[in-house]
Design a protein around this ligand. Sequence first.
Ligand code: SF4
Length: 326
Amino acid sequence: MPSAPLLEVQDLRMFFPVRGGLWHRTRAWCRAVDGVSLTLRAGETLGLVGESGCGKSTLGKAIVRLHAPTSGQIRFNGTDLVPLSQRALKPLRRELQMVFQDPGESLNARHSVAELLAEPFAIHRIGTAAERPARVAALLERVGLPASAADRFPFEFSGGQRQRLGIARALALNPKLIICDEPVSALDVSIQGQILNLLLDLQRELGLAYLFIAHDLAVVKHVSDRVAVMYLGHIVETADADALYRRAAHPYTRALLSAIPVATPRHRSTRVVLGGDVPSPIHPPTGCPFHPRCPHAQDRCRLEKPVLRTPSPDRPEHQVACHFDL
Ligand code: SF4
């Protein structure tokens, strides 16, 4: 029997005001995340995929409350984080961490690695100052770096090593869930594999859950139990990873899959090239958000927004936001 979700996001909206004019008034709203619901169980990895600007990083930052959501619920271990003050959030932050694409976002270049990795213990008053060097050394060992790294500064490390430091800092407080926001996108392909393997090893050892955000379905395939596909602030398809890669039901997912390079030309599927640009989240289209680019769009698509539904009763976890069985 599946365990209760560790994370349950319900109808989450994250709108940003677009200001202008002499009085800097709100002229419009950028609907970065527009009614997203998803679940994540302990020890599970949910891949979250979509093009740049689709709202996936904003969603990740809203879940850890780096953004204050406009509306909706974020239930973590049974507690709704949305109404909580920063003070009330503090104890929960220990269990909910983030790894960024650019580890520079979490690593202050003016501090040594020893200071950076000891900081979470100091903020949360964990252990004594005398114990911290040993805790830092243990974190470094856990991510495959030598204890001598503690005396150096982030700029002295390669991109892959800096990402190991970002992961070490995220691990410091024994989290249950880590939001990994494009953690390998900025790395060389050979280093990407090392970081992905490190994340998988840590998950096995520590029972971590990951929300793994990426723009590339090929990367997500290697690490995810389930995958959610995001377009213009909406989840348009979600399924077990195997089902999604074998039987994608949404035209947008199929287009993303067709762009994955394959090793053998015999197995290459026809590349689906989407026309037009991603519409602005400030002026989203009516009806289905994908209709201006969808090769199957019909009149109904321009008028009526599709809701997530199960395309086949034998795959109850598979959901797609499309009016039609294509
Ligand atoms: Fe395409 Fe219409 Fe389905 Fe949207 S609802 S994905 S526009 S066919």
